[in-house]
Design a protein around this ligand. Structure first.
Ligand code: ABC
Ligand code: CA
Length: 469
């Protein structure tokens, strides 16, 4: 039930510290760097109209627990992943009541809230002696694996028992294989979800905790879960899906990045083979994965290519391919930036401009997707079906729509016929969601739609009746 409901969402990923202030915007506030900048839960609550205008129906927020306060060589724990006290909230983000209110306000708007959580580690600044007494509840050396940093991310034992991080910030690796620790975490997550009424979880560092930890933990939470399996291989991710309902879709991400952002770009044929066919071979249900083209750990697309037609294609792939789309804050304002912290600029620098070209283009795509879901209840469970494929163009259909992706770039133009399944005695009519141009395909056999791709731009064609105005 919960999985089915999540499948119909479009999620907006928020970095709580960098999304919005509690009250009137501070015009001179910095918007980049490695220190806390001042975003809060009350700030998020103030900007729900903005998120809804974009069309998103759920939010994913940063980890909420109290972090270490140190100013380290990598700055502060503004992202929320450097836990110190699992039983208290991060005072920089607000109070418990503020968080309860935020989730309540989301629910009042029929929106969902997903919280990011970390069970793998706590954090320690520097290479020196650790004062365990400041950590809650894991306040003893015996609660952690010995300090030894992960060297090989493809070695399971190294990954699961080593510490992430380094001598600047060490991520103290909790002994999650011990039954008493598992029992704590099960009670903890039950309480956390009940206290704040969260609707879903994003679990951090999945690869770093042994798999058997997850099923009883997720069961105790009683909500839908995305695991962060940071790996481009669908075999690897597919394996984890025996232990959790869903994962963040790194395999798709890497193929989108190779097809639309990095040079040399792979052909759309290769994209189709890897991103669609290979994924389906190893992942039981690709419609449940959390799709993204940017997040807080990878460079922005415009950090890799400056061609906005390629960016638009990547966005169309994000919203219409099988899976649950996750929009990372700032994408709608065409933020640029490489590795962290450059990909984490604060949204206030955009003045939340709802007249921005990209805000409107994205909002249209997301709203059309929501309309299709209402008109075709099985939209989210239906795999995309390939209608046409060449080196630069890939056309697929999903219920009520035909989508054309092109990776030729803004200097390319194409014209090709696409065979569209049309029932005898009917005419299939499609409308371009941006230009409102009408395309008819009649059942002469085969029924064809002549598509013209201009300046490498993507196309989204929908049955006009499926657009709810
Ligand atoms: C800080 C600084 C950084 C600095 C770093 C050393 O320290 O900010 O500038 O470079 C949090 C903070 C970060 C902080 C870290 C460490 O903590 O957000 O700002 O970095 O203190 C999650 C979160 C992430 C979070 C943590 C830690 C974990 O999303 O935001 O970081 O709580 C690994 C983990 C993954 C983790 C990621 C950052 O690191 O597995 O859980 N993300 C390979 C490995 C992956 C590895 C990835 C990145 O590289 O397989 O395990 O992720 O290092 C493909 C392959 C992939 C491969 C990629 C690179 O290539 O298929 O397998 O991934 O082709
Ligand atoms: Ca671990």
């Amino acid at each position: 039930q919960s999985t089915q409901r999540w499948k119909t969402q479009c999620i907006y990923q928020i970095l709580t510290d960098r999304f919005a202030f509690s009250d009137e915007d501070h015009p001179k506030a910095p918007s980049t760097g490695r220190m806390y900048l001042g975003g809060t839960w009350r700030g998020i609550a103030r900007k729900l109209d903005y998120i809804q205008e974009l069309g998103c129906t759920a939010v994913w927020i940063s980890p909420i627990v109290k972090n270490i306060e140190d100013v380290t060589g990598y700055g502060q724990g503004y992202h929320g992943y450097w836990a110190q006290d699992l039983l208290d909230v991060n005072p920089h983000f607000g109070t418990k009541q503020d968080l309860i209110d935020l989730v309540q306000q989301l629910h009042d708007r029929n929106m969902l809230c997903m919280v990011d959580i970390v069970v793998n580690h706590m954090a320690h600044a520097g290479s020196g002696e650790i004062d365990y007494s400041k950590y809650r509840p894991f306040n003893s050396e015996a609660d952690y694996h010995p300090r030894r940093y992960v060297q090989n991310y493809d070695d399971t034992v190294d990954c699961e028992t080593g510490w992430l991080g380094d001598d600047t910030v060490g991520l103290m690796d909790i002994r999650t294989e011990e039954p008493r620790i598992q029992a704590f975490f099960q009670d903890w997550i039950r309480d956390l979800v009940e206290t704040y009424h969260f609707d879903g979880l994003r679990i951090d560092t999945i690869k770093h905790v042994h798999r058997e930890f997850y099923p009883p933990f997720i069961e105790a939470s009683k909500v839908f879960t995305f695991g962060e399996v940071f790996h481009g291989d669908p075999r690897y991710v597919g394996d984890y899906l025996q232990y959790m309902p869903s994962s963040i879709n790194y395999p798709l991400y890497y193929q989108i990045r190779k097809a639309f952002a990095q040079l040399p770009r792979i052909s759309m044929k290769e994209f189709y083979d890897k991103a669609i066919l290979e994924a389906r071979a190893y992942i039981p249900d690709t419609t449940v994965l959390g799709n993204f083209i940017e997040n807080h750990d990878v460079p922005r697309i415009l950090g890799m290519t400056s061609d906005s037609s390629l960016l638009l294609n990547a966005l169309v792939a994000l919203i219409y391919l099988d899976g649950i789309p996750i929009v990372f804050q700032g994408q709608e304002q065409m933020f640029v930036g490489g590795d962290d912290p450059e990909n984490r600029n604060a949204l206030w620098s955009s003045h939340y401009d709802t007249t921005h070209f990209m805000f409107n283009v994205l909002s249209k795509m997301i709203h059309v997707r929501q309309s299709l879901i209402q008109k075709f209840p099985d939209f989210c469970n239906t795999l995309s079906n390939c209608l046409y494929l060449d080196n630069h163009n890939y056309v697929f259909e999903r219920p009520g729509c035909i989508v054309c992706l092109c990776n030729g770039g803004s200097n390319s133009n194409f014209k090709f016929p696409v065979n569209v399944p049309v029932e005898q005695g009917t005419v299939a009519r499609f409308m371009d969601i941006w230009t409102e141009e009408i395309f008819d395909a009649s059942p002469s056999s085969p029924s064809t739609l002549n598509l013209i791709v201009d300046a490498g731009l993507p196309k989204v064609l929908v049955q006009p009746s499926s657009i709810l105005r």
